[in-house]
Design a protein around this ligand. Structure first.
Ligand SMILES: Cc1ncc(COP(=O)(O)O)c(C=O)c1O
Length: 416
């Protein structure tokens, strides 16, 4: 089937959840995707932060080939060789003690929410006062299942599905006074994306993160860090919280962990893990042999090839180049991010829309989030020459689209 017939069939057959761009990709190598016409696209989105080692990476290919020839699934009623090895790697790189494996980001976040509630139930049974409320940041995104969506700020995602999980209160982003005012013994968990992704690449301040840690310590509530977009090396450290010198009680990962094979994981401290006993939580496919083998290959490659240092170096270069661009374009409001999790906010939503679409026409894939923010989540193997190509194209398009530069920002206003 060609693009047109696939489009027609999908329009008729699929639930109407995504507005896809009209491109049909057939394979990829390194940081490039190739479409049905044989055209190459420089990919600065990596499947929304998933394909961390790019496309066709030999370590991933080998892990899939090797494992699929041996064993794909055993169920969680039996042991296999991958789970403990991967859990050991994850606990070593995170500083946390135990792992729950699942299949997606939202499933990992559900596990984190359930753990916080179970931890509070256990505390109440022991005579302590700990409630059931979650404090969550405005502009947060934690996923699409009922608990995750209840802790996701944007009403469009949440309201049509109401009533979602109760006992969630939103705190103004980075507002320590608001956090303190809303915190009490009623709270079982504070939820933070150390760098908000979907919300527009906004790193939380150290002051806010530290305050959240202290408040949780004061009652036994859990500090939950969602690293589904920022974790497993994207920011130049394994976890974004490591930039802050803070250890949460719980963190969640997914997107890049198995390089494109679906996998999620919830990692937690021993004291929180004690709230879960056999039968309370689980998932059929979680931590299967294939996903574990590939995740081990991904983490091993990042370690062996010193890729975190590369992410840091190329990320710094990328942001510096974008800052340079800002000197020449009044249409750029701010450049934000860490490592290769970067956002460039424009003053105009219409300009951001035009630039993202025209970059695609130039065969460079980027994404727009929160209306005005151009988001870059490239594979970790991106090189300076790819940054240069991207920045040159952005420069030309910002010049060519000056007519939109003064347009009033459309849609909601994010983060003041
Ligand atoms: C911070 C964060 N949490 C949760 C999710 C949900 O992950 P998934 O789409 O794998 O369910 C995402 C996805 O974009 C995310 O960025």
């Amino acid at each position: 089937m060609n693009l047109a017939s696939i489009q027609a069939a999908e329009n008729k057959l699929l639930l109407n959840t995504y507005e896809r761009n009209p491109y049909l990709f057939v394979d990829g190598k390194g940081v490039y995707l190739r479409d049905e016409n044989g055209d190459h696209f420089l990919d600065l989105l990596s499947g929304i932060g998933v394909c961390a080692l790019g496309y066709g990476h030999p370590a991933i290919e080998q892990a899939i080939a090797h494992q699929s020839a041996r064993l794909l699934h055993t169920s969680n009623l039996f042991f296999h060789q991958g789970t403990a090895n991967l859990a050991l790697l994850l606990t070593e790189i995170s500083g946390l003690d135990r792992v729950f494996f699942c299949n997606s980001g939202t499933e990992a976040w559900e596990a984190a929410l359930k753990l916080a509630r179970a931890n509070a139930t256990k505390a109440r049974e022991a005579g302590k006062k700990l409630g059931t409320k979650f404090l969550v940041l405005e502009h947060s995104f934690h996923g699409r299942t009922m608990g995750s969506v209840a802790t996701t700020h944007k009403e469009k995602y949440r309201l049509p599905f109401g009533p979602v999980m109760p006992d969630v209160e939103f705190v103004r982003f980075d507002d320590v006074a608001d956090l303190r005012a809303k915190f009490s013994e009623d709270v079982c968990g504070i939820c933070i994306e150390p760098i908000q992704g979907e919300g527009g690449i906004h790193p939380v301040s150290k002051e806010f993160f530290v305050a959240a840690r202290e408040l949780c310590d004061s009652t036994g509530a859990l500090l939950l860090a969602d690293e589904i977009q920022s974790g497993i090396g994207r920011t130049g450290k394994w976890f974004a919280y490591q930039h802050y010198g803070i250890l949460p009680d719980v963190t969640t990962v997914a997107k890049p962990i198995a390089g494109g094979i679906p996998m999620g994981a919830m990692l937690c401290a021993e004291k929180a893990a004690a709230a879960i006993t056999p039968g309370m939580h689980g998932t059929t496919f979680g931590g299967g042999p294939l996903a574990c083998a590939v995740a081990i290959a991904v983490i091993d490659t990042i370690q062996r090839e010193n890729i975190l240092a590369h992410v840091d170096e190329v990320g710094n270069y990328f942001r510096a180049q974008l800052e340079g661009l800002k000197q020449h374009h009044d249409s750029i409001k701010e450049v934000r991010g860490l490592g290769l999790m970067i956002g460039m906010e424009l003053h105009s939503a219409e300009l951001a829309k035009q630039v993202a679409a025209q970059m695609m026409e130039r065969h460079i894939i980027i994404n727009r989030t929160s209306e005005t923010v151009l988001r870059f989540l490239p594979p970790y193997i991106l090189e300076r020459k790819h940054v240069d190509m991207t920045v040159t194209a952005l420069d030309e398009l910002l010049k060519a689209n000056r007519e939109y530069a003064g347009a009033v920002p459309a849609g909601e206003k994010i983060h003041g």
